[in-house]
Design a binder for this molecule. Structure first.
Ligand code: PLP
Ligand code: TYF
Length: 393
């Protein structure tokens, strides 16, 4: 029966890393995958994580199964981070949170849950969006549509198109929104534009699903989370997936969570029972280590401060690289000022597929769409990248 099975297409982003790894050039640079590297080009191991692990090692614990919904201290800390400890949804016990296998796992639990209770709804994702959004919701059985998002002419958001598309969605449609640091474009909405989106989503009876994979990489932890709080305050159903892959540099530990906001605490209890059913039939219960590390950091004041400082340093370094990128290209006569206005790890650079291919021949790897990971630039490689881009322009 296996002889007729075709080769599946490669993930376009993770495929770049494979090509990069195979490249023998010692000067090679990977601006493809969305990973934060420090100025030495290394994926950091945060000090707050190391300290939390020291605490965990000093108090050895047996590796029993976690509850289906995950570590209680983790779920609580996630809720407070995402919604704010003093928010009405938490005071009124209307939010439920399950620990998930990264942000991807959170999206998958949400998709399977929605598919069970809204089988006829269609899903809308931004054009463009993270590659896996479409695949995840399609594999859960949904029809996935795009809403207008990026304007290549301005390198920013096509807000008129976006809001018109949202207003045209049928009631009950599921609209996936990037809470901050849009992947792949780096173009975010303004606060006033979010007001309009929240009103359109609420008035249209849509189901918002906020994906927050980069909290803290935009304007700050609370600032980036503000959109979630505003949606929660608007009433109505709400799903939120969040990931600590980037903000804790814990990619391989797979730490994320799905939170769902209900109308009442009684409804919340029913939702939780159904979320647990989804988890149980997928992988039973989540792994222990990453959740413990994150919970320890978030609930230990000294470590929490350390994390906030370390995350701020990552955020500031990315902004410095954006600035350097703009200034250095300006000096060569090229206007990339829009890169300064984009936010988070990525920029849609406007480079064409052909230009990206020419860069690749110089061992500089970007995504075919022109997406570059600004967080992979550093003080040693930026001049090499700038020279190469200036040449291909
Ligand atoms: N959502 C977006 C927008 C992302 O960019 C990512 C990146 O990996 C994810 C979700 C998935 O997060 P994780 O790597 O924790 O599964
Ligand atoms: O967009 C990115 O580069 C990150 C990492 O299937 C990633 O979100 C990319 C592709 C993928 C999983 C993670």
């Amino acid at each position: 029966m296996f002889s007729a099975i075709d080769m599946a297409p490669r993930d376009p982003i993770l495929g770049i890393t494979e090509a990069f790894n195979a490249d023998q050039n010692p000067q090679k640079i990977n601006l493809g995958v969305g990973v934060y590297y420090d100025d030495n080009g290394k994926v950091p191991l945060l000090s707050c994580v190391q300290k939390a692990e020291e605490i965990l090692i000093a108090t050895p614990a047996p590796r029993t199964y976690l509850p289906i919904e995950g570590l209680a201290a983790y779920d609580k800390a996630v809720q407070e981070l995402v919604f704010g400890a003093d928010s009405a949804v938490l005071q009124e016990k209307r939010a439920v949170t399950v620990q998930a296998i990264g942000g991807t796992g959170a999206l998958k639990i949400g998709a399977d849950f929605l598919r069970r209770f809204a089988p006829d709804a269609e899903v809308y994702i931004s054009d463009p969006s993270w590659e896996n959004h479409r695949a995840l919701f399609e594999s859960a059985g949904f029809k996935v549509n795009n809403y207008a998002y990026f304007d290549a002419a301005t390198h920013g958001v096509n807000f008129a198109g976006m809001i018109a598309d949202i207003k045209a969605m049928p009631a009950g449609a599921i609209v996936l929104l990037h809470a901050c640091c849009h992947n792949p474009t780096g173009a975010d909405l303004t606060s006033a534009q979010w007001d309009e989106v929240i009103a359109a989503v609420t008035n249209g009876g849509l189901v918002p699903f906020l994906d927050m994979a980069y909290q803290g990489f935009g304007a700050g932890i609370a600032e980036d989370g503000a959109v979630v709080r505003r949606f929660a305050a608007a009433g109505g159903p709400l799903l939120v997936s969040n990931s600590f892959s980037k903000s804790f540099s814990l990619y391989g530990e797979r730490v994320g969570a799905l939170s769902v906001v209900a109308a009442t605490s009684e409804e919340a209890a029913r939702l939780m029972s159904q979320l647990k059913r989804v988890v149980r039939t997928n992988y039973s219960n989540p792994p222990v280590h990453g959740g413990k590390v994150v919970a320890t950091v978030l609930t230990t004041p000294e470590l929490r401060q350390m994390w906030e400082d370390e995350l701020a340093a990552m955020r500031v370094r990315i902004k410095e690289m954006r600035e350097a990128f703009v200034v250095k290209l300006q000096a060569k006569g090229h206007d990339f000022a829009f890169v300064r206005d984009q936010i988070g790890m990525f920029s849609y650079s406007g480079l064409s597929k052909a230009q990206v291919e020419t860069l690749r021949a110089k061992s500089i790897y970007a995504v075919d769409t022109g997406r570059i990971c600004v967080a992979a630039l550093n003080s040693r490689n930026i001049d090499i990248v700038i020279d190469a881009i200036a040449e291909v322009l």
